[in-house]
Write a protein that binds this ligand. Structure first.
Ligand code: OAD
Length: 246
């Protein structure tokens, strides 16, 4: 008999925002198909060509203001789960879009940063930012040109709020992974850790992933369809479904 579920940790990836019209990374039409990671998602790439990197993130930041880009039923289901769940729930997203917060999620960590923030690379100060970042923008704290960078975690950098995430993982009874290929660590290792401490583990993803066999339950389909149904079961019964055809 599995332990009663009280503490939930949820990890989301690009797949949860796909039905909102935001490209994933590793699909054949994904961002990493048309861009080299080392050019646009590393500190070395930024040092070599800051304007290329700023324009890559400017374009994606601009997309968030497009009225057609909005939270889909999967984002809304997670906000509803947080609101109605009687125990603790932490939502950890690898996504840099703002769709979880726009859906109403509150206890949320953006472990890979946020498109709507920029950071001064000298002082570390973080600013809310919705416009393009231009080479002519001086930072308001150091008043220098060229110190503002996207507040995005690049390859080779440490994800944000790791201690807080780890504290929740240590105590979790249920770990749910949604719309992530499980290719990028440390997030990709959370399922193994959750299992090692006896948590139940569930994956919801369009296709099977390399980690599917590690999860207790792996459900395939579009997040916008399967997640609201999964949340219904969890809220109604306090338990995960018995199988993936619920
Ligand atoms: P990926 O593009 O690697 O994986 C997205 C996953 O979502 C795939 O397994 C798809 O099958 C699945 N998917 C697509 N559409 C879906 C839908 N409608 N419903 C459910 N699942 C769907 O994206 P991530 O795993 O998020 O990091 O990538 C992880 C990290 O790699 C990103 O945060 C980013 C990237 O490089 C940094 O830039 C640091």
């Amino acid at each position: 008999m599995p332990k009663k579920i009280s503490n939930i940790v949820i990890l989301t990836g690009a797949g949860i925002s796909a039905e909102s019209g935001i490209q994933t990374f590793r699909a054949s039409d994904g961002l990493w198909h048309d861009h080299h990671i080392e050019d646009v998602a590393t500190p070395e790439g930024f040092a070599a060509n800051p304007s290329l990197v700023q324009s890559f993130y400017n374009e994606r930041r601009r997309q968030l203001k497009d009225p057609s880009i909005k939270p889909n039923p999967a984002h809304l289901a997670l906000a509803r789960l947080e609101q109605e769940w009687q125990g603790n729930l932490l939502l950890v997203t690898q996504n840099v879009d703002n769709l979880h917060e726009r859906a109403g999620s509150k206890n949320l960590i953006h472990m890979h940063g946020q498109l709507d923030q920029i950071r001064c690379s000298e002082s570390g100060a973080v600013y809310h930012w919705e416009e393009d970042v231009e080479a002519t923008h001086a930072c308001s704290c150091c008043e220098k040109l060229g110190t503002l960078r996207p507040n995005i975690v690049w390859f080779g950098e440490m994800p944000f709020l790791m201690d807080t995430i780890n504290e929740s993982l240590v105590n979790c009874d249920l770990f749910i992974s949604i719309g992530t290929s499980g290719k990028v660590y440390p997030a990709a290792g959370y399922v193994e850790y959750a299992k090692s401490i006896g948590a139940q583990t569930v994956e919801l993803n369009l296709d099977p992933t390399d980690s599917s066999s590690v999860f207790d339950l792996s459900i395939n389909g579009k997040a916008g369809t399967i997640l609201p149904a999964f949340v219904d079961v969890l809220l109604k019964t306090g338990a995960i479904p018995q199988n993936n055809s619920f």
